[in-house]
Write a protein of this length. Structure first.
Length: 308
């Protein structure tokens, strides 16, 4: 895959995943969150695996690969999007996007180091410290004005966990993508993870059974279709390809651009406020993510400067 091809995929991913936040926010206001997420992924998984069958590119997994696939599916889909969609009931879409996407590169780095996919360095450590400072700047006012047991705090925790779970699953998925292809992995993880999420929805969401048998509002349907087509069939498949071709940390750098898109859309369409403090926090976290992504290049520059 050429660098131009990867860069084009990266730009598409940033745009698509930046716009998905408002679609999620619209859907979860009227449809049980886990049900909304589960049906989206099940539909996308069926379409992707069907496409793989037509192309005759499906390969059955065996042994430890099956176990890794199951764990990856739970981490990337069930344990990520379930808490994420639930948390967005209580957190503005722009805030949720900044939190989840700014934590993603940092979490990818941590799991990459733990699983020997990344190397440790002082630059990466500094980036993590900067990212935590950005989070403190962004969310300190909201947390100070909120009771510790409130839904808003739990919503923030759920969104943060979604980033951690997704990053963990992404690092575990990379060897499988290289072996079986992005279509198989995208379809399998979305179908398996979505199926478990649907079961959890019926258990944990009392109105899920009724909601699945009734007509949703046109806004919820439009958001759901956008998420299936652009968020999963296009965006999730591209993300899998980038994980394979450029690695977890670089694939996670979509977080540089997508939060800006999400915050802008949230302000224009949902009337969500943008303050100087929130912008400052977002800039700090983007700088932190940039430090994680370009750590090797920055270290080379620092080494060259010392020698000069």
């Amino acid at each position: 895959m050429t660098s131009v091809g990867n860069f084009t995929k990266f730009l598409i991913l940033c745009l698509v995943w930046g716009l998905t936040w408002i679609a999620v926010k619209i859907g979860v206001t009227t449809v049980p969150p886990m049900l909304f997420a589960a049906t989206r992924f099940i539909c996308a998984g069926i379409v992707l695996l069907g496409w793989g069958a037509i192309r005759r590119s499906l390969t059955l997994m065996q042994g430890q690969h099956v176990v890794r696939l199951l764990v990856t599916s739970l981490l990337m889909i069930t344990l990520c999007y379930g808490p994420l969609f639930w948390g967005m009931k209580f957190v503005p879409s722009g805030t949720a996007a900044v939190l989840e996407m700014s934590l993603t590169p940092l979490a990818l780095l941590v799991f990459g180091i733990a699983l020997s996919e990344e190397g440790w360095s002082i630059v990466r450590f500094g980036a993590m410290v900067l990212g935590m400072a950005g989070l403190a700047v962004l969310f300190a006012p909201a947390l100070a004005a909120t009771n510790a047991g409130s839904s808003a705090v739990l919503g923030l925790v759920a969104v943060a966990w979604a980033a951690i779970s997704s990053a963990w699953g992404s690092v575990l998925a990379r060897p499988l993508i290289s072996r079986y292809g992005s279509v198989v992995l995208s379809g399998s993880t979305t179908l398996i993870g979505g199926g478990v999420l649907l079961a959890a929805s019926f258990i944990m969401e009392p109105d899920a059974a009724a909601a699945i048998g009734t007509m949703w509002s046109w806004r919820a349907i439009a958001g759901w279709l956008f998420l299936v087509i652009f968020g999963s069939l296009i965006g999730y498949s591209i993300y899998m390809q980038l994980l394979r071709d450029i690695g977890p940390s670089r694939a996670g750098s979509f977080a540089f651009v997508s939060p800006v898109i999400a915050v802008g859309v949230g302000a224009l369409l949902a009337g969500e406020a943008i303050t100087l403090q929130s912008v400052t926090g977002m800039i700090l976290m983007m700088l932190a993510a940039g430090g994680c992504l370009f750590a090797d290049r920055l270290e080379s520059l620092l080494l060259a400067a010392r020698k000069a």
